[in-house]
Structure formats: C-alpha cells, structure tokens
Write a protein that binds this ligand. Structure first.
Ligand SMILES: [Zn+2]
Ligand SMILES: [Zn+2]
Length: 255
C-alpha cells in the first residue's frame, strides 16, 4: 500500500492512538502518502452535538497539528490533512468555507445519514424502503457534484435489504454519477476486517460493470491498522477478485 487517505484521530471520540503512532506505523509499513480525514465538524443548527465528530472549535487545531507533523516527517512520508464529511445541503457551504479558511487539503465523502444527522436516518442500519435509497443516492449525487470530494468512502454503507432490483438500479445510478464526476469509490478495509455489511460484493460487481475508479482506504481508527500488511493484502485481493485494479494514489480535489 503506497497511499492511505482515510485515517482518524481521537477527536472523533471513537478512535484511539496518537497522530505520531499513526504516522510512524504508516512509515514502518512502507506507506508513502498518509491522509488524515477525521470525521468533520458540522455546522448544526439548534446546538445539536454529535457524538461521532470533533467540535467546530477543535478543527483549526486539528489542521494545524497535522500540518506540523507533515513538516516534521516530510523526509519520510507525505502527510495531508482533510476530513471525512457528510453532505448536508443547508450547511455544506459553511464546512467548505472552514476548510478553505484553515487550509484543509481534501475531503472524502462519508455519507452515513440520509437528510441530516440530528433528525435523519442512519443508512448503515437495515432498511427496505426504495424511496429512502433513492433519496440517499440523490443526496450523494448532489454532494459529489460540488466537486469538493476527492473520493467516496464506503460508497456501499447503505444496508438496503429490500428488493434486489431496486438496489441494482440505485447503486448503478450512484456509480454512473461518480464515474461521470471522475470520483473514485473506496473499498473500506475496516469494514472488511470487521465483517461488516460493507464492502459489499453486490456493490462492487456494479462498480466493475460501470468501470469506476477504486481506491483502498484503511479507515484507520487505531494505529495498528496501518501496520497490518496482511490486511492490506487481503483488501487488495478482495478488490482484484472483481477484476478491479485499484488506483495506487488518488488525485486530491480542491475543496
Ligand atoms: Zn469513524
Ligand atoms: Zn472513516
């Protein structure tokens, strides 16, 4: 593995380890490009506080901290700082502005919720209503058409257990849209290691058919993941089994 753009920090309240541990493990396993993409803060209204992301106040320090490490380790590894972010139409502009103001390098889309987090639906829980999946794909499509996202993290996070033909139609729509926008799809190593419902075979068969670019993302919430070269290889084999050759590096898109 040459590059991994999907790395968390303890600021999201569900990751462990210091930034230095993530960086040194990445170097030890031969990774040349390491991107931190912790769960972004969101400009929620009405004082809603998310339990799975940093606060708005922490964002400047996060960016500054990773940039310092980037400089310290510049001879050993190239380090970028970004966010894994949701696309919530009403408040996305504010997040883009924050990223630009503080010089974040990139965003990956991690769309865990339909509509929004405070009142919306977590799509990783099983659901079977076609209209929800349809609206989810609309939201992802609208989000990536902003041009701000470097790739889509776990594009197969939706745990849709309804009609298979609906799944095929909607995921084909998602894949075609990503391809048109030249946005790669991620095979999520954490999901594979943890036996989650993603990465999903039925999804990557569609991505293969559509001809999407694919990147492997560690989704590291623990520094040990970056040292686990067996798991890196397993994820690569998993991807190649679909006849997909993943990109070694991704082009970072301007936010
Ligand atoms: Zn997470
Ligand atoms: Zn993640």
């Amino acid at each position: 593995m040459i590059a991994n753009y999907h790395t968390h920090t303890t600021r999201c309240h569900h990751a462990v380890g210091s930034e230095r541990e993530y960086i040194e493990n990445a170097i030890a396993s031969g990774i040349k490009i390491l991107g931190f993409s912790d769960h972004s803060p969101q400009f929620y209204k009405n004082g809603f506080v998310s339990g799975m992301r940093m606060s708005l106040n922490e964002a400047p320090n996060y960016i500054e901290c990773i940039k310092k490490f980037a400089d310290e380790y510049k001879n050993d590894i190239q380090i970028f700082v970004g966010f894994e972010a949701e696309y919530f139409p009403d408040i996305f502009y504010s997040l883009q502005k924050l990223c630009r103001d503080y010089g974040a390098d990139y965003l990956i889309m991690g769309q865990h919720f339909l509509d929004d987090e405070p009142t919306g639906i977590y799509v990783g829980s099983p659901f079977s209503q076609p209209e929800l999946l349809h609206r989810y794909v609309d939201q992802v499509a609208e989000g990536i058409s902003s041009g701000s996202f470097t790739y889509i993290a776990h594009p197969d996070v939706t745990n849709f257990i309804g009609d298979e033909s609906v799944f095929e139609t909607e995921m084909t729509r998602l894949c075609v849209c990503a391809k048109r926008m030249n946005i790669p799809l991620e095979v999520n190593m954490m999901g594979l290691a943890g036996g989650r419902h993603y990465p999903s075979e039925r999804f990557f068969k569609i991505a293969k058919m559509v001809g999407n670019d694919v990147v492997i993302g560690c989704d590291a919430h623990n520094p040990a993941v970056l040292l686990d070269t067996d798991m890196h290889k397993k994820t690569l084999d998993y991807t190649k089994a679909f006849g997909i050759e993943p990109l070694e590096t991704a082009e970072l898109k301007k936010i």
